[in-house]
Design a protein around this ligand. Sequence first.
Ligand code: TYM
Length: 338
Amino acid sequence: MQVVSGIQPTGNLHLGNYLGAIRNWVKMQDEMGDSGQCLFFLADLHAISQPHVPAELKQSTLEMTAALVACGIDPARSILFNQAQVPAHAELQWLLSGTARMGWLNRMTQWKDKAGKNREGQSIALFTYPVLQAADVLLYQATHVPVGEDQKQHLELARDIAEKFNRDFASGDAPVFTLPEPYIPPEAARIMSLRDGTAKMSKSDPSEASRINLTDDAETIMKKVKKAKTDPEPLPSELDGLNDRPEALNLIGIFAALAGVSKEQVLIDFGGQGFGSFKPALGDLLVESFAPITARFRDLMQDREALDAILAKGAAKARERGTPTLDATYKALGLVRD
Ligand code: TYM
């Protein structure tokens, strides 16, 4: 089992990232014990696919590193690094670009959403972004990739690229790449915006009130939960009663994921009550869950050198781990290097 996953260091770590991905990273790291190391990385190379401010990217990379450690990623047990320090990611992306098809990339919903009507004006990086994502996981022969639902299509593409490459270039029965499986949390696959239950919670949403950030203080969290869009009906006692009530369903889902219980159980406890009593309970649970993480994050941010050292050490290990697959890829393609 080889676990690999990444997060873009743009903006803050929010509740969607935490429940959809990071919490599972920590769980998988803890379950691995001594049987192997997970690889977790800051996808800084992905972050340049859209307009960005260099100084902010630098700061966000350090902040996201601190946030991941604060959430429980242990650099002594997992390999934590940023892509820019491991050139093999960009190299492998190029090597896979001969295999990835235009038609496959054209079908990516994230590309369609982000490009909108202005495809011609987008960077090439935004279009080829999923090939870099495929390189990220194939480089380490990933078997399990813990992500939220929105990344599923990108991982299916990674499988398609790996399959075609193996078919076209692997010699004999020895495939060059392992086919990765997405691992999506059943209870928190898609956390929605607090302002619109039909849109996913996202760092690119212009409304700060749409998401809860790891760095929000208790007062801000409470305020955002109280302002969260809902409807005037009381909560039902069964899940069926949440059909066509996306905002209510989202809040119940968040409560269930944080409390480690089913949505049905939350409705047994809160059914018949209005949001006037449910929202403060949800706010308390969020504050209680995030408080230790936020405190740890603030401490870690005080020591820039320690964060640099974590990334440097992680990158050295990642470079070593990636070398055999990168070499095998060059070789399979008939590229002469020595
Ligand atoms: P990113 O940075 O947008 O998000 C990081 C992780 O958080 C998950 N996530 C969510 N899960 C549930 N509900 C939400 N509202 C929500 N918002 C975000 C994402 O699914 C993701 O798991 N392209 C990736 C980064 C990446 C990557 C990779 C991931 C680059 N290379 C290789 C896995 C493997 C991205 O932009 O995620």
